[in-house]
Ligand binder design. Structure first.
Ligand SMILES: Cc1cc2nc3c(=O)[nH]c(=O)nc-3n(C[C@H](O)[C@H](O)[C@H](O)COP(=O)(O)OP(=O)(O)OC[C@H]3O[C@@H](n4cnc5c(N)ncnc54)[C@H](O)[C@@H]3O)c2cc1C
Length: 420
């Protein structure tokens, strides 16, 4: 595909979801700051800017210009919005991060009619990583989006139906099938399912946080933002690998990157190679014992107030960008009204971890115990970060995706035996 062109005003909040989606989907695009020379813009957009509408726009290789498009409209125009090709699948997989992609590749390559449903972009958290350096087989590292794109192509080659920008919102289990309502209003039916819906970043819970969302404050650290960090002071909140990676990547663009961490050291939360990287990069500074207390700005985020828990001081800092990479909340709302047992934080409990839970005997109908990655509903499996006690690594998510498929085979064989 030839390149798209993305036009916009750099700080427009509508722009971030578009460039994040394009970056994570490995779509090549040229970026044009539409405020720099409005007279040089394509006609439709020039008129909008002349009328004071500073909307983003995308020009496609076929000559079409979409003014202020949604991500859905862009995906539609790229031909990526498909309908399910079957009434019923052997396996439905929710979430196209490393776990879901791996499960899809293995399942379809082993002959299962498989559908993969993703509510955002392919790749999940891994797709937002600028460089994954600890995934086996890539000694120089690989951008998360590129790894995910390769997996997507592999899944398509084996015949997986990929339903992009659809979200599973409610599941019901009957007739030995899982019936899932999608936010789009469609329903998907499958004999077995794998939940690989991962986790998403927690919020800071500050009063005016939503006001600055996508206007200088971002959840996660999308690699697409790097070029907009040039010459700025950038703050990354969090001490985990995602924060460390982001700090080291943005340091190549920003004037200075501050890592804001609550603890007094990085060793407990950050891989050793990243500790060495961030502590030796001259324009990265680690602010230990620090938390963000207040946000300030007019149209966009301009400053943050940090509190130091050790000496009790607070300080205001000019902040060009604030990336929040803290904690994780599992995406399991869809399981709220099911018999699937979750822990208090919402993680799905599987296999041996279920046995001994007070609510387990009442919801488990079989004589055999649940398989290792099986939830408390037979035939419904979980893989990757969404699972209680998972390892939170690309490799382990990929491994669990593959393993879950083996267990799906066992379950389906059991069902076939019972049926006849
Ligand atoms: C910036 C960053 C850098 C990282 N770097 C590394 C690294 O270098 N090495 C490493 O090993 N690990 C790294 N990690 C961790 C690693 O990416 C995760 O452990 C891994 O992505 C987990 O995979 P997953 O498939 O379980 O879940 P996720 O990657 O979280 O994917 C879940 C997917 O499910 C989708 N989804 C959620 N709810 C629904 C729903 N209801 N319906 C449909 N879809 C849904 C989400 O949109 C998402 O795409 C990094 C993480 C981040 C954020």
């Amino acid at each position: 595909m030839t390149k798209l062109t993305l036009f916009g005003s750099p700080d427009a909040p509508e722009l971030y979801p578009l460039r994040d989606f394009l970056q994570r989907s490995v779509v090549q695009y040229d970026w044009v700051d539409a405020t720099a020379d409005p007279t040089a813009l394509p006609a439709g957009l020039r008129q909008a800017y002349a009328a004071g509408q500073r909307v983003p726009a995308i020009a496609f290789p076929d000559g079409q210009l979409l003014l202020n498009p949604t991500v859905q409209e862009v995906a539609q125009h790229l031909g990526w919005i498909n309908k399910p090709s079957r009434q019923e699948y052997d396996l439905s997989i929710y979430g196209a991060g490393p776990a879901g992609l791996s499960a899809a590749v293995y399942a379809a390559s082993e002959g299962l009619h498989t559908v993969l449903i993703e509510r955002e972009a392919i790749g999940g958290q891994a797709g937002t990583s600028s460089l994954i350096e600890n995934y086996m087989g890539f000694p120089e590292g690989i951008a998360g989006a590129e790894l995910a794109e390769r997996a997507r192509q592999q899944a398509r080659r084996f015949g997986v139906d990929i339903l992009l920008l659809r979200e599973g919102v409610k599941a019901t289990f009957y007739n030995h099938r899982i019936h899932v309502d999608l936010a789009s209003g469609d329903q998907l039916v499958a004999r077995a399912n794998i939940c690989a819906t991962g986790v998403e970043y927690a919020k800071l819970s500050l009063p005016n946080e939503t006001q600055f969302f996508n206007k200088g404050l971002y959840y996660g650290a999308g690699a697409s933002e790097a070029m907009f960090c040039r010459g700025k002071d950038v703050f990354v909140v969090g001490g985990g690998n995602s924060a460390g990676q982001a700090a080291s990547y943005f340091a190549g663009f920003a004037r200075k990157v501050y890592m804001v961490i609550r603890k007094g050291n990085l060793a407990a939360t950050l891989s050793d190679y990243l500790v060495k990287r961030v502590t030796t990069t001259p324009n990265v500074e680690i602010l230990y014992h620090a938390t963000v207390q207040e946000l300030a700005g007019h149209q966009v985020l301009e400053g943050i107030k940090l509190a130091n828990s050790q000496d009790g001081t607070t300080t205001w800092h000019e902040a060009g960008k604030l990336f929040i990479c803290i904690g994780g909340q599992p995406n399991t709302d869809w399981a709220r009204e099911t018999a699937i047992i979750r822990d208090p934080k919402g993680y799905l409990i599987t296999g041996p971890d279920l046995v001994g839970r007070p609510s387990f005997p009442a919801c488990w109908p079989l004589v055999r115990p649940p398989y290792h990655l099986e939830t408390s509903v037979p035939g419904s499996f979980a893989a990757g970060d969404v699972r209680l006690n998972s390892v939170k690594r690309v490799a382990s998510a990929v491994g669990e995706g593959a393993m879950a498929v083996t267990l799906v085979h066992k379950y389906l064989a059991e069902q076939d035996k019972m049926a006849g």
